[in-house]
Each structure stands twice: as structure tokens, then as C-alpha cells.
Write a protein that binds this ligand. Sequence first.
Ligand code: N01
Length: 871
Amino acid sequence: MRDINTIDVDVVIVGAGFAGMYQLVQMRRAGLSAVVLETADDVGGTWYWNRYPGARCDILTVDYSYSWDPELEKDWIWSERYATQPEILRYAQFVADKHDLRRDIRFNTKVTSAQWNSDAKRWRIHTDSGNDVTAQFYVMATGCLSMPKVPDIEGTDRFNGEVYFTNSWPHDGVDFSGKRVAVIGTGSSGIQSIPIIASQADQLTVFQRTPNFSVPAHNGPIADERLVAYRQDPAAYREEARHSGIGVPTTPADVSALEVSPQEREATYEEVWQRGELAHLLEPYNDLRISAESNDTIRCFIHNKIREIVKDPEVAELLCPTNHYFATKRPCLDSGYYATYNLPQVRLVDLQKQPIETITESGINIVNPAISAKEKTESMAFDAIVFATGFDAMTGAIVGVDITGRNDESLRDAWAHGPQTYLGLMTVGFPNLFMITGPGSPSVLSNMMVSIEQHVDLITDTIKHLRANGVDTIEPTELAQRRWVQHSNEIADLTLLPTANSWYMGANVPGKPQVFLPYPGGVGEYRKICEEMVTRGYLGFALTGADGTQSNDGVIRPLKPDVQELLSIMAEMALPPLETMGVEGARAFMEASGANMPPGPEVGEIIDGTLPGADGTPLAYRLYRPATAGPHPMVAYYHGGGWVVGSATSDDPLCRYLCVKSDSIIISVNYRHAPEARFPAAADDGLAAANWISDHAEELGGRPGQLSVAGWSAGANIAAVTTQQAKLAGTPVIAGQVLLNPATDASTVRQSHIDNAEGYVLTTSLMNWFCDQYCDPADRINPKASPLLADTLSGLPPALVITCEFDPLRDEGDAYAEALAAAGVQVQHLQCPGQTHTAIPAVDAMVTSEYARVAMADALRKFSSAAVVGH
Ligand code: N01
């Protein structure tokens, strides 16, 4: 039965901060009934609660304002570069007044729980005011940093003096004059409030667990080139922000911090330091987020700034962050923070060396071995303690509501091991529940205003689409969600971000699962992904209406992020197809592009020599010897390049890698190339080389009887053929074969030739051109060209076969691995999702394929040690 206090609406929105306010506007514009539920007694969200002294935004206010009402841009003039909390709150109130928002907001109403009713296809939201709301759509606009972290310090309840939390500050303000004050925490809130509290208090003691990077705001009237750019064309300015990395117009760098002289770097850092904008600090060089060595340069620069400002060298050292890279924890923007420690009434306590023992009735006890050898406790008396200890970020406010979805599953349980979302927008099992800037979206790594507006617009368009198409519910698919979480983590893993114990990782809340929470790929890329999701018919979502469920299952970003990045760069270069360059042109091009790859590791020794090919032609080889004491197992390696291009140089990084990691001598053999020497020249040279290496093992420093073969692409074809020919001939004895993206059957068109025909460097057209150069159509059924077609594969040595999802050769490699296994050969078959034909040999350039290179080296070690046992 329906309760008379129940309100039924189309959309319920929780939270009346900037996200909830705009969502309400959009719902009204869409002609939907909506109600906003808000715990506070007014709008403003984070700016309502965080009224601590010194609270300001740390993104220029010109960037941190709504773009959806062009009139606002004329009606509201910000007074400073970085507006204070009261001014931002007034702005939120001004917007609420202008758009008459309060009439649809229920203030002083806290949402306690929410349940999905599968029959009614509606949410029921329970509140502490006793009024329930039912709605078809439920939007959590609860903010990323709105659930205060519960104090986890012993004795917190015992203190009899004044206690304040920066994130729920008294509305009438606090006067610390004449008081002894403790501040615990040196994140953004601590760093903004400490200078002001220090200016009032009689004594201020700051308890620092981790020093943080902070940059001077150089606040003042708005009068810089950014404002000029904005005023000239606000629409274009906003559009640039939407497609940028962090939601603020910036110019991405194309140079590494290590590519410029120390003097130039220092001058650049000085310039960005003086500009006083966080958005610009990571901008000057393209690798500050990914390279520890590069990040160290800016880290050292800021350390030196701290040492210049803080007069006591010991205090300065304590303030220098050394346990995390710059921007791996959220950096801060301050007004006079470091100089505060020059004031006589300010003391810094380093909790790493002097941890808090307990909070007492009158103050704080710390462990201080310097006091005396016997009694190590130092008791400090305070009149007030300020907790600037942060938030249960990103997930706290969402799971703070007891949400129950389909099949009575609780969101807390579903997220017990970390949040699972698709695009940071929705989660499996919770139909029609949207999160604005949820975990898995750029959110806290961006200008929140830009990310809020993008999500609100996307949610609005989605709801309109569902309504227009008679769809009742929308929910992500398992696959789409799982792969999105994986994709987001894989991007994070390419950066330094997960290396810090930050709230981005959930590391600040004891017991919280540690996973990287926001999406780190940038707001521009994220926007593109969302647009693509929509244009591909809500890819990754299941939509249910009267006509049943339409599940548009799929993965929005199936390529590994580094592979995707390289392909995008190559696409921008618009290179002509290799097959149109002619044989010599293609060879020259491959040689030149190989020279631009990271070189691979140092090996003990490299020797260039020649060995006789099948027809007596001298074949160049390059021998890579490990630095360890020999003799070593040996590997005959055949480079890739479609039997036409390539050389020892083109596969040099991979050969170095395999040499070091497998502790083997790698001999990279330059077999004869087509079209000058067509089939079966390369195949015959492969066998001749293997025989020669086996016969000369001792003089080459190798161990007789421990010869394996390896190769990539056409080289893997030669390795496979060599292994078969060696078995037929009885010599040489081959311990094992490592076949990376092997070409195994030139006679048949397979699905992967069609699916991956274009866009992944090795195209089907290029593959066919290579084949044409190498062999006549009649030869393609010959097992020396197509080893998959051999009469039998039984008795062959063990194999590692590696195939990549986005490779035209994938299916023939997979077929070969399956055929080997079916013939009783020991096979390790490694199928690499999200990888392309060229990704795995790219040592040090492609990080996500490292595991496949490790597998190659491990296999070679295993083959040679098994050969010893067998011997
Ligand atoms: O919180 P924080 P915040 N004992 O988590 C320490 C945004 N924001 O409120 O680093 C002792 O950053 C903790 O130490 P550690 C902004 O995104 C924006 O300051 O965990 N210390 C840390 O020093 C920001 O990042 C603005 O070792 C303890 C501090 O408390 C985010 O909000 C302004 C402790 C918490 O720092 C959060 O900032 C303010 C313990 N038990 C905030 N527990 C703008 O300008 C925690 N700490 C827009």
C-alpha cells in the first residue's frame, strides 16, 4: 500500500551540490518530474560543508564555473583567481535562486536506504524524515569527497577541549585567538587552513603523517591571459576544456623532462611555479606522470623551494615529500603554507618519527624518544584540535546509503573488493542507478565542473533516449563492466599514480580495498569513449522494455592502453602502407623505424659474423651472449618481416631481452629474403643455420644439445618449419620452439584475416603482399611454407605459441597451437587479449605485453633445462 508521505517522481537526485543542481535543471528541461534530497539546509554540497578558514578552490574560478547557462557568465563576476568558499557558496545560491531550484529540493533530508523493485521497475528511497520517494531513475550526485573519514586515532572521544573537523566546520566560524591549537593532517584542507589558524592562535602544533607537495597560489584579482582567452570566446574556451586532459585548457608537451638541459628545466619549473596553477605543473614535460626519473626532477625542484622558504633546515627536510612522486597524491595549492613554519608559535611534529600515542582529555600524547631514555611520552596540552584528516573518497558517500539492487544484492557487497562500474556511471545489478562522477570516471583527476556537466548531460540524454524508445531499464553488462575496470587499472598501471598511498587508492581508510579509483585517461579521451558508447547503440548496456531485453554486449576499449596510444600516434602520422613503398622502400622504412625503438637491455657481448646458408650463400648473423659465465644454452632466432624485410637490427631489442632474461646465447640469423630469393630459400636457410649453430656450439660458447629455436611472425614460420625439417632429417636436435605470432598457413582465409584486416599495423593487405613476394599460390600448401599443413606434428619438441587478439595471423597461430597439442606435443598456448602483431617485440615501449616476453624467456629456460635432464 502506498504511504501518503511517499512522493512519486520520474527521477530522484541525491545531493544538492553542483552536480545535483545541474541534474535538476536538466530533468526539468527534459520535462521529467524530479526531486532532490539533501542533508544540508541549503545548496552547495562540498562548499556548504567545508567552511574551514582558508577554504578556496584550487582550480582557477574561471574554469571552475558552470557553462550551461551563458547568462551566468555575464551575471556572475568572480572577485579572485581562486575564489573563497563563501564566494563559491554564494555562487551556488545565486544559481539556485536564478533557476528557482529550491522548490524541488527537500533540504534537511538524509537518504538512508534505497531498494530496487524489479516488478514495479522503480527505486524506493527511504529518508530520515520519514518521507519515501519512488522513482524510475535514481541519480547519486553525492560528490567524491563528501563522506568524512572516521577518525582512526586512539582516544579521539576523550578530548574535553574544542574539536573541529575541516569538512563540517561551524557556520559561525571559529576564533582561535589566544588558544593552543593542534591540526592533524596536511592534505589540501590542512595546508589551506594552517596559515590562517597560525595567524590567530597563541600556539599551533601541526601533526604531519605524510608531507605533501604544495604550490603557491599567487592569488589576487583575476587579470591574466587565461581570462582574456576566456572572454574572447567563452564557448571555444569551454570546448577546449572539455577535450583536454584534466578539464582545463592546457597545451600537452611533446618533450621528456630528461631531453632538456637541467638549466632549461629549472627555468621552466620556475615559470610554472610563479604562475601558481596546479593544472600547469605537470604540463611542461610529457613524462612527469609516467617516469620516476623525470618526476624526480620536479620533485627535487619543489624540495629546493621548500628549503629556500623554510628557515630551519630540519623542519624544511621534514616538509619535503620523499615517499611519493609529485602528483601521485593530490598536490595542494597554498597561500603562505611553508612560510608558516618560520613563525615562532608554530611547531611541526613528524608522526613518522613521533607517532601519536593517544589523544587525552587535555591534549595529545606522542612518542618522543628525545624527551628521555626512560619516559618516551611527550604530553602536549591543547585548547582545540582540528581534524583535517580527509574523506572516505569516491565510494564512501555511495555505499554510505544502504542500496539494494536486483536480486536483493547490496551495493556494499558488490563493491566489497573495490568499486565495479561501467564508465564510472552505472553498476551491474543496479538498474537505472546513475552516479555522477562515480569511481571509474575522470572525476577527482579533473576539473570537477567539467566532469559533472559531462555526466549530467550523458545521464539526461540516456534517460531521454530510454523514454523515447519505450525502454524501462538500463544496466551495464558484466563483460563491459569487467573490462572497463580492467582498462582503467591498466592505464593507471602505466603511470606512477598507484605507487603512492593515496586516497585515490583508498589507502587512507583502514580496511578499504586498495584499487585505483578514478579513471586516469583524461576527460577528453573519456568523453570520446562515452560518445562512442552512445553512437554504437549504448555499447555495453542491456536495455529492457515491453519488447524484452536488448543486450548490446561488448567492450568499448578492447586494446591495451599503450597499444591504443601507439596506434593513435601512427594513425595521426598517416603513413603510406608499407606494401606501396616497393621492396627497397619498405626495407629502408623498417630499418629507420627500428632505430627509433627503445634499445633493449645491455648484454654481455655482441658478435656479428656469417654462417653458410642452404646454398652456400654467407648469411649474416648476430650473436648475443649473456654477461653471466658460460657455456650457455643456444637459441637460433629468426626475425620478423614477412620474408621480405627485417634484419638482426629490426629485432635487436627483443634478442637482447631474450638473451638477458633467458640467460641464453641468441643467434639472430639473417636468412635470404624474398623476392630475390623466393620459397623455399628462407625455410632452407633456417634449417641450415640451426644445423651450423648446433655443430659449432662449443666454439660459440654454447652448450651442445641445448639448442632451441624462436622467431616472430615470418620468423616464427621459419622456426616452426625448421623444427619440422629437423625432425624429418634427424638433425639438429631441437629442445623447444618459441613461436611469436607465427604465420602457419598461407593457403586459407581465416576470420582473423577479416576481423583484423586494417588498423593494427600488420594489415591483411600487407600480409598478402608479403606472401606474394615469398611464394607462388601453388607452394602455399607445402608444409615448408604452411607448417600447419604437415602430415603429422607428432614428435615435435615442446612449444610456446603466442598469438594476439588484434592480429590477422591470430587464427592460424591458434590453429597451430591446437594442432600441436592434438598431436601430443607439449604446448603452452598464450593468447594475448588487447595486443597486436607488433606489440610484443616492442621491448620497453609496450608495457602491457611484458608478461608475454617474460613467458618467452621462461620457455627458453625451461626447454634448455629439460634438454639437460634429457641429455
Ligand atoms: O584530506 P587528505 P583533505 N593520523 O586526505 C592525514 C580536495 N580538497 O581534506 O597522507 C595522522 O588529502 C593524512 O595523512 P596521510 C582535494 O582533492 C580540495 O585535506 O594519509 N594523520 C593527510 O595528511 C583533496 O586532496 C580543496 O599519511 C592522518 C590528511 O590527514 C581532498 O579534498 C581543498 C590520519 C588528510 O588529507 C582531500 O583533502 C580541500 C591519522 N590517523 C580539499 N588520518 C580545494 O582547494 C589522515 N591523516 C578545491
